[in-house]
Design a protein around this ligand. Sequence first.
Ligand SMILES: C[S@@+](CC[C@H](N)C(=O)[O-])C[C@H]1O[C@@H](n2cnc3c(N)ncnc32)[C@H](O)[C@@H]1O
Length: 386
Amino acid sequence: MIIDELRIIGSTQTNVVMAAELIRIAQRALRKRPPEPRKEGLGQLVYPFDKDLAWAATIYMRTPTRVLWDLYRSPANRLEPLYDELVADMKADSRMLWRDGDGISVEARHVEDFAAGERQVVGTVKNALLDAAGRRGARLHVDPERPATRWVARLDDKNELVISIDLGGGSLSQRGWRRDTGPAPLREHLAAVLLMLARFDPRKDILVDPMCGSGTIPIEAVHLARATPRKARTLATLGFGREAKPLYEDAAPIVIGCDLDLEVLASARDNARAAGIPDAITWQRADVATLTPDKIGEIAKERGREPAPGLLLSNPPYGERLSDAELGPLYESLAMTCRKFAGWRAGFLVGNPLLEDIFLRAIGRPRIKKPLANANLRAYFYLYEL
Ligand SMILES: C[S@@+](CC[C@H](N)C(=O)[O-])C[C@H]1O[C@@H](n2cnc3c(N)ncnc32)[C@H](O)[C@@H]1O
């Protein structure tokens, strides 16, 4: 069956945040509000396909991991009927999905419940594409390295196979600026999710990551504030690419990244340079125990802004290798520092319940507590009003 939907995929529990980000972007870039999406599971949004919305989502969104154009759906659970149905649909399809001479790649995701193996599903979809295009007079070839379009086959929640074009050309989480990482870097799209959950307002909030590691949160904060576009070759292939500028070109948020480790701070600096924002962030070597609003206020003044409350946002150390005896004193000093930042908000992504216990005594209950997985570790995002 031919279908026509825009699918936005992110980490589990991020549906609401992704929908909010797309509203912000569509209103600014297209001067219109997107329709209400259908929610699939806890990490997928589906909209009726619209070229403008697909363009804006692919170019500007920072919270999803993928943006797909769903094109065909098949209930077939064997390869032969799948091939026949796909070729018939592709031959009858009037949408311009390829050009003569294009290279394509095909991948299968979450097809464990299909009656055939992953490689056979990939082979069948690829053959259907090459044959259907051939019958319409276009020669396609397989080019896994630099395809004009990446095709994805996946089983949906009704166990039907959906064939899509990956409009971002792969994972959107990798922004391409990472040169070097600290020991446990946060995935880039999750940093954007944290900023959205904490309602980071770049016009008002000073943003401080007191344990910034390789700088993911500060770098994301600057690009989220500007709504920096990414390049998406696939959109040009499909005929709906267009010039894109940052949506908030003049945004100049005060963003500060601190860490105890000098080496990791040097890599954060390199990453910011590679991300095209060499001077947008102030990097400081500091123990979290020594941070004060006055020190942050001085940095804000140096950058031409009056000291004001803002947002402390971080993913502090946690994980299977670190014991409570190691983490306890660190979380205690984080809580003591937070107590000095009255009027600010503080958000943490952390997988150890010790932080919540210590903060309960020092600060009180979080305003938000939300489960979020980070690199396959179970974690929670906590937001406190200080
Ligand atoms: C989980 S990592 C942060 C990862 C970071 N979000 C990224 O994307 O790379 C935690 C960071 O906390 C820093 N850290 C540990 N103890 C600290 C302290 N007392 N003061 C400041 N930073 C500290 C570590 O050096 C490490 O870079």
